[in-house]
Ligand binder design. Structure first.
Ligand SMILES: [Zn+2]
Length: 198
């Protein structure tokens, strides 16, 4: 591990790493299995950008839930072993910005920590699809994933508003959205950051 990785430890954020619990696509707490646990490490530049959202959180009396941040490559390799089907996890840890410490999965919550409404859960790769997908049935899952896209409109006005609000907040803080996952943000300039081994 390098000194570039720092821990998010701030009361404005709720650390709820999805791979440190079992209700995720894998049905396994891989982060616990490798001894990493429910911790949100990230590159220090990512943290510096993320903390720029704090004034917004205070002004709007809300918090931010962080469901993934730095992902040890060892965890990513284990995830690929559990679900080797292409299209779920980046084919190698090298290809996942989470393994570089430059990606975070986030949403806003109210002051009590309840997620605001969004078009899907964060994230949309839910456990209920695992069995179907592992048996080669992709239709329901692919249809569901449409709802994770930024251009998906067939949902409540509130959910659309919250998705847009999060996007503006994160872009102003120094992150870039990706088209197919409304909760995932990459640090601007991520291309220059190498993968970090744990
Ligand atoms: Zn992500």
């Amino acid at each position: 591990m390098t000194n570039d990785l720092v821990l998010l430890d701030d009361p404005h954020f709720i650390v709820d790493m999805m791979y440190a619990r079992t209700n995720n696509m894998l049905g396994r707490a891989v982060y616990d299995e490798i001894g990493y646990g429910n911790k949100a490490y990230m590159h220090k530049d990512t943290l510096q950008a993320l903390l720029r959202v704090v004034p917004f959180l205070e002004k709007n009396n809300c918090k931010m839930r962080v469901c993934d941040a730095y992902r040890p490559p060892k965890a990513h390799r284990q995830m690929l072993q559990i679900i080797p089907t292409p299209g779920f996890f980046a084919k190698t840890p090298e290809l996942s910005n989470h393994c570089h410490g430059t990606a975070i999965d986030v949403c806003l919550t109210d002051s009590a920590g309840h997620n605001l409404s969004y078009p899907t859960e964060i994230d949309a790769y839910e456990k209920r699809f695992q069995e179907q997908v592992c048996q080669g049935h992709f239709d329901a899952f692919k249809q569901h994933l449409q709802k994770a896209r930024h251009d998906y409109q067939e949902t409540s006005p509130d959910a659309l508003c919250h998705r847009q609000q999060l996007k503006e907040l994160m872009e102003n803080a120094g992150f870039e959205a990706i088209p197919h996952e409304w909760w995932h943000y990459n640090l601007k300039g991520w291309q220059t950051y190498p993968m970090i081994e744990w």
